[in-house]
Design a protein around this ligand. Structure first.
Ligand SMILES: NC(=O)c1ccc[n+]([C@@H]2O[C@H](COP(=O)([O-])OP(=O)(O)OC[C@H]3O[C@@H](n4cnc5c(N)ncnc54)[C@H](OP(=O)(O)O)[C@@H]3O)[C@@H](O)[C@H]2O)c1
Length: 316
């Protein structure tokens, strides 16, 4: 099968031919039709911090998010049947080196994989798992219930586009922090205010729109504790500052502000909830770009330099 893989940490991703994975007992094999790009797809092969001590296996097929059709079932009990349309997230680290940037993926039937509901195109389903689940769990982590203010740094990308919608649907006032003129797009997703940091400093903009500070800050961007602490400055005493980049430990935060290192806990139940919302049209799936498998290495390079506006989908 065709796959985009790396042969070692920090090696360049390339198009390779690999054997189809055989589904093991309790696994389901999926003929992948779409994969979606996440920053972890280039961070993991760099040996990103937070991957933990579990060794990776090479060649490592990149990617985690997928949607397609079940084409083979492993032995034992299984909740899927051949032909089912499914979507999900490949567990990482994966003991076989498998990922989703390839034609076939085998995953445990009880992992974060679930049926695609009627009305949801496979292409949209592929764009949901990592960013959608992270957005939903980030909202729970920040424990915002409504009528509160959330400062969201890096709001224009995959996680930010879902989180803006989920938070505003709960009545939370989202202040979306972006680079560039994204006001209209972020307002359509539900942001109450959008701050473009290329047009002026964040603190000056917040002094105008948010004098009493914010209840929570979710930072999808800062790659060090100092930058994270600086972005947490507007959080009021008793509030929280959450990072997806593993930089809360060591950050000197304002007095009375709790710092949290977020870690995604993939779950098939959460996938069902997100897919139902997307199928009903309540949750918009912001697919920004679609490209063939062989162009995935260039798309990863682009994502590394920023500029994401929603999700990039890879067609198999
Ligand atoms: N810990 C976990 O379990 C977990 C789970 C999910 C995601 N993550 C991490 O969370 C991060 C975000 O994920 P994602 O899927 O949303 O990535 P993404 O789709 O690539 O979006 C990132 C966004 O951040 C923006 N950005 C970058 N620097 C910025 C700045 N200084 N100010 C404002 N916006 C800025 C980018 O646009 P511009 O470059 O145009 O500004 C882009 O829109 C990634 O590092 C990912 O690995 C971690």
């Amino acid at each position: 099968m065709r796959a985009i893989a790396v042969g070692a940490f920090r090696a360049d991703p390339e198009l390779v031919q690999l054997p189809k994975p055989e589904p093991q007992a309790g696994e389901v094999r999926v003929r992948v039709e779409y994969a979606a790009l996440n920053p972890s797809d280039w961070q993991t092969p760099e040996g990103a911090p937070g991957d933990g001590p579990v060794p990776q296996v090479f060649p490592m097929v990149l990617g985690v998010d997928f949607a397609g059709r079940v084409d083979m079932i492993g032995s034992g009990r299984n909740r899927f049947r051949v032909g089912d349309q499914v979507f999900g997230r490949v567990p990482r680290p994966n003991p076989t080196g498998g990922g989703s940037y390839c034609e076939y993926v085998s995953v445990p039937q009880d992992s974060a994989v679930t049926a695609v509901p009627p009305g949801l195109p496979l292409r949209a389903a592929a764009a949901l798992p990592s960013a959608g689940m992270a957005a939903a769990q980030l909202l729970e982590t920040a424990a915002l219930r409504g009528h509160e203010t959330l400062l969201l740094i890096g709001a224009a990308g995959g996680v930010g586009s879902y989180l803006t919608q989920l938070a505003s649907a709960r009545g939370i006032r989202v202040i979306a922090v972006v680079r560039g003129d994204e006001r209209r797009r972020m307002a359509e997703l539900g942001a109450a205010a959008t701050v473009d940091t290329t047009a002026g400093p964040l603190d000056a903009a917040l002094r105008e729109s948010c004098r009493d500070g914010v209840d929570a800050m979710i930072d999808l961007v800062s790659d060090g504790p100092d930058a994270f602490a600086e972005r947490a400055a507007p959080v009021r005493r008793g509030g929280v500052a959450v990072t997806t980049r593993g930089v809360a430990a060591g950050a000197v935060l304002p007095a009375g502000v709790t710092g949290i290192d977020f870690r995604l806990e993939p779950s098939p139940v959460l996938l069902d909830v997100l897919a139902a919302g997307a199928a009903d049209g309540v949750l918009r799936v912001p697919v920004d770009a679609e490209l063939p498998l062989e162009n995935a290495p260039q798309a990863l390079d682009r994502n590394r330099t920023g500029g994401a506006r929603g999700k990039t989908v890879i067609v198999l």
